[in-house]
Design a protein. Sequence first.
Length: 117
Amino acid sequence: MNNLEFRAWDKELKKWQYFTLLQLIQGEAIEIWTKLENWCRYTGLKDKNGKKLYEGDIIDEGLYIGWCDKCKQYQVFNCLNDCMSCSGDIPWCEFLSDISNTEILGNIYENKDLINK
């Protein structure tokens, strides 16, 4: 079974907590459940430095990864929260073909300045 990975912001400790769905189901992460916000799922991809790419990660100034309800998959979004695939600007397959050159710059929760440029 593929075990889904997540990260979520711990309000008390002011840092990301990382865990799997299995850990949640087995109760290993249940004690921190109520302290967490900004849940982000791991996309299954890594950037050029081997860093895991999560929902909300900023990959370029003004561009970040998110879930598109219309496309039913992860997509690249711009600073206006527009899916770049729906607009025809950056199809997900084009992004995937260039993933080896992608670097995570931050995330939309801690680095809002990078997304609002």
